[in-house]
Design a protein around this ligand. Structure first.
Ligand code: KIV
Ligand code: ZN
Length: 518
């Protein structure tokens, strides 16, 4: 396999990640994620599947135009119309464009999905690659369901597409069926049977159905694969894809074993994780490796004692390595000045424009008024809420709830829109439902709550509570989060954030047609 001096990170959060149920993002949200991926320094961003819908096409086109440092890939089936559409969307990326064509090769897909014999598969794959090469020098081919394909046939397909001009060969474990030793055997077999692989770059694309996506990707690196396809927080179809942060940190922490690194700026990992969780509404489980809230928490006395004597007794990496604030340093109080606040942000590595600083400073003072101690995590939460690109068309001015086991839960709310204050009250089975019903009445926009979750994001009894929810407005599923020291307020804010995001997407004015299913 062609050797590079580092493992290429091919991020597919915006394509495979976005295919995850409920994780769909609007155009501006995709651009926000792409900018964070650029900060992370990923090598390739798979920006979408342009033929799937006009919305996907536009997202790929705008990411290709707006991102300058990474290669931009678009996905296409091995059919001319898909490839032409993909090439068109990728035009603004110029030489940094990559067309990624795929075709299933396993017996079960050939027989039941494609109804095609082996020779037809080879012919279509070769035609797909040749067509893509007419538009682009950088062409990737993926034999979908490679790990369940007969190895001899897989080798035949790979040989044929390299001859046709593919420059990257990706070996997907599409249904997350493989186990590390078996995946290693498959890659070793391909290396032996297809010496042409030395002339191209080999990627792997592992799904996590058995929780083995990272392990299988690492096994492939041991066999010479030099590109790993992954997503932030491991989101993706079903159980998801290989988690970018886990793979990158495994290579970094165990550089003694693997001896090869990625070029990822790991101090951006936590910010990337928070952003994707915020925009998709998919919470990160507390015990998730690398970016979960407990990833660096030490609870037992024995562990804490060891940590105090030497951090390395129980810590194999530092929270700051992944950009996670430690949460132990008490920040300023409500009497802190703007300059002191700005200096603290600077120490946290956060640079804001004067307008942004103004907005976040006000929010910080309001929080410091209610909360005894403001931690770095509180500030990160404020930043994610106040620096969103989404205009705050509706804003909650006031919320009062009465609830308990002997009263009918009631909420009274004031919401501001265009300088006008709307006020109303109502009841529900609980205070959260009461508040959400009032918001619906005041805004006259109907939404169906699809998912709802809460967790505390910071420390202590006065910790910030965070609500993540998904709401369906018409056909559009929108995710959002909200945080506050009051959990009903956090929920109301999350709902209003979802509403504002929905209005913003409507304004994006890209008429999104139905997506193809793959
Ligand atoms: O899982 C898969 O096989 C894919 C391909 C399109 C690479 O996502
Ligand atoms: Zn996939």
């Amino acid at each position: 396999m062609k050797k590079t001096d580092h493992v290429l990170i091919f991020d597919t959060t915006l394509r495979d990640g976005e295919q995850c149920p409920g994780a769909s993002m609007g155009l501006q949200e995709k651009l926000q994620v792409a900018r964070q991926l650029e900060k992370l320094n990923v090598d390739i961003i798979e920006a979408g599947f342009p033929a799937a819908s006009p919305g996907d096409f536009e997202a790929v086109r705008q990411i290709a135009a707006g991102i300058r440092k990474c290669r931009i890939a678009g996905l296409a089936r091995c059919v001319p119309a898909d490839i032409e559409r993909c090439a068109e969307a990728l035009k603004p990326a110029g030489k940094r464009a990559r067309i990624h064509v795929f075709l299933a090769t396993s017996a079960i897909h050939r027989q039941f999905k494609l109804k095609k014999a082996k020779d037809e598969i080879i012919r279509q794959a070769v035609e797909g690659v040749k067509t893509a090469r007419k538009y682009c020098k950088d062409v990737q081919f993926s034999p979908e369901d490679a790990s369940r394909t007969e190895p001899e046939f897989l080798a035949e397909v790979v040989r044929a597409v390299i001859a046709a001009g593919a420059t990257t060969i990706n070996i997907p474990d599409t249904v997350g069926y493989s186990v590390p030793q078996e995946f290693r055997t498959l890659l070793t077999y391909l290396n032996e049977q297809v010496p042409e692989l030395k002339e191209v770059t080999v990627h792997v694309h592992c799904h996590n159905d058995l929780g083995l996506a990272v392990a299988n990707s690492l096994a492939a690196i041991e066999c010479g694969a030099r590109g790993v396809e992954c997503t932030i927080n491991g989101i993706g179809e079903r159980a998801g894809n290989c988690s970018l942060e886990e793979l990158v940190m495994a290579l970094k922490v165990r550089r003694d074993f693997y001896g090869i690194q990625t070029q990822i700026h790991t101090s951006e990992l936590f910010a990337a994780s928070r952003l994707v969780s915020q925009l998709t509404g998919m919470m990160v489980q507390r015990n998730k490796a690398i970016v979960g809230a407990n990833a660096f928490a030490h609870e037992s006395g024995i562990h804490q004692d060891g940590m105090l004597k030497n951090r390395e007794t129980y810590e194999i990496m530092r929270p700051e390595d992944v950009g996670m604030a430690t949460g132990t340093d008490l920040v300023l109080g409500k009497h802190s000045g703007r300059a002191g606040f700005a200096a603290h942000l600077h120490r946290m590595g956060i640079k804001l424009s004067a307008d942004q600083l103004q907005s976040v400073y006000h929010a910080f003072i309001a929080l410091a008024d209610k909360k005894k101690m403001v931690y770095d995590d509180d500030i990160i939460e404020l930043l994610s809420e106040h620096l969103s690109d989404v205009p705050r068309v509706y804003k909650i001015k006031y919320l009062q709830v009465s609830a308990g086991n002997r009263t009918i839960p009631t909420a009274t709310l004031q919401i501001e829109k265009d300088g006008r204050v709307l006020e109303g009250s109502g009841t529900g089975v609980g205070p959260v439902e009461a508040a959400l019903k009032v918001i619906e009445e005041l805004t006259n926009i109907k939404g169906e709550l699809i998912s709802f979750g809460m967790q505390s994001v910071t420390h202590g009894e006065d910790a910030l509570g965070e609500t993540s929810l998904q709401v369906k407005f018409g056909d559009e599923l929108v995710a959002a989060r909200g945080s506050d020291i009051d959990i009903v307020m956090a929920s109301a804010k999350a709902y209003v954030n979802a509403l504002n995001r929905y209005l913003f997407r409507q304004r994006d004015s890209v008429a999104c047609g139905a997506k193809h299913s793959m």
